[in-house]
Design a protein around this ligand. Structure first.
Ligand SMILES: Nc1ncnc2c1ncn2[C@@H]1O[C@H](COP(=O)(O)OP(=O)(O)O)[C@@H](O)[C@H]1O
Ligand SMILES: [Mg+2]
Ligand SMILES: [Zn+2]
Length: 307
């Protein structure tokens, strides 16, 4: 088929590209975009006549598809369609609109989560991992994977979760995957190590530069649609009072706003209840407690000693 296609003149290709770029710029600046009978249509007609596929704009259906899975917007198509984070989409014949590029939007979200993860003292490598990269033969991973696929319903239902189990059982990894799912579904999410946050707050009492005020810390905990409190109960004893106060105020606000939490902890259910106190536990309702008692420590194989 390509053998019978006459060569596309570079001149025509460059003109079409220039026009599309201009159209996108117009769309961004709110100027009128492509109309029927415009010079582009003439050019497209020429391209069609010459036997080449016209540079077709993506449709609303393409956009929906890319929104559902930003990775389906492949490199080549992305280079062709995305201009500085905007994509020109053909809404209906003769009518186009510039919309945010799903792939750029997704990567911006990932950067945000990456920054937040590192701010919370959580290694960014958790972010690289997908469910498919985990050993899913063990209970309760399949159940947690299915649940995070419905993260929108979980957030809408204000359903909190406690992941309890020994170190290396995958609690933080599952929580980060839930945060990623929430972000992909257009919710805000934050992963926080409350012990570290309390240390930062204490630093601000002492006039430390890196510290944040208790009010700022509280703001941070209240804002996200999904809050992940990583490794609760592992903080130092001398910051316990700050932790408890932050938790008490944050959970009150979050429950009123019907925003759920995911807690990961090495404490068992009884220890956690003691650590949180009855009031805080009450503010995490409805609450599901899932034990990670599959017996594997994924860190052992990961951290091979060289001695
Ligand atoms: N089901 C799994 N299969 C393979 N690796 C896993 C699994 N769950 C977690 N991991 C990996 O094991 C390591 C420890 O997991 P992590 O979530 O930090 O455990 P925890 O928070 O319970 O201490 C991480 O590198 C994580 O990516
Ligand atoms: Mg952990
Ligand atoms: Zn893009």
């Amino acid at each position: 088929m390509t053998a019978t296609t006459p060569p596309l003149t570079t001149e025509l290709a460059e003109a079409a590209h220039g026009y599309l770029t201009q159209t996108r710029a117009n769309a961004r600046s709110g100027m009128p975009t492509r109309r029927e009978g415009s010079s582009l249509d003439v050019m497209l007609g020429k391209l069609a006549a010459s036997g080449h596929r016209a540079p077709v704009l993506p449709t609303a259906a393409d956009l929906e598809h890319w929104k559902a899975d930003p990775t389906s917007l492949a490199d080549e198509q992305h280079t062709r369609s995305c201009a500085g984070g905007l994509i020109e989409v053909q809404i209906e014949p003769g009518r186009t609109a510039a919309v945010p590029c799903p792939r750029c939007t997704a990567s911006r979200r990932e950067i945000t989560l990456r920054e937040r993860l590192s701010a919370a003292g959580i290694a960014a490598r958790y972010l690289e991992v997908e469910w498919a990269g985990l050993d899913l033969a063990l209970d309760p991973f399949p159940r947690l994977q299915r649940a995070t696929a419905n993260i929108a319903q979980i957030i809408a239902g204000n359903d909190s979760l406690v992941l309890t189990g020994p170190p290396g059982s995958g609690k933080t990894q599952v929580a980060v995957l839930a945060a990623k799912a929430a972000l992909a579904a257009n919710f805000s999410a934050l992963v926080v190590n409350l012990g570290r946050l309390a240390l930062d707050v204490r630093e601000s009492y002492q006039g430390g530069g890196a510290g944040i005020t208790e009010r700022q810390a509280l703001e941070l905990l209240i804002r996200p649609d999904l809050l992940i409190l990583d490794d609760l109960g592992a903080g130092e004893t001398d910051t316990a009072a700050v932790e408890r106060r932050l938790l008490y105020l944050a959970l009150e606000d979050r429950q009123n706003a019907r925003k759920p939490c995911i807690v990961t902890t090495n404490l068992d259910a009884a220890e956690l209840a003691r650590h949180l106190g009855a009031r805080n536990l009450g503010r995490l309702q409805p609450l599901e407690i899932v034990g990670m008692h599959h017996g594997r420590n994924f860190r052992v194989s990961e951290e091979k000693s060289r001695w």
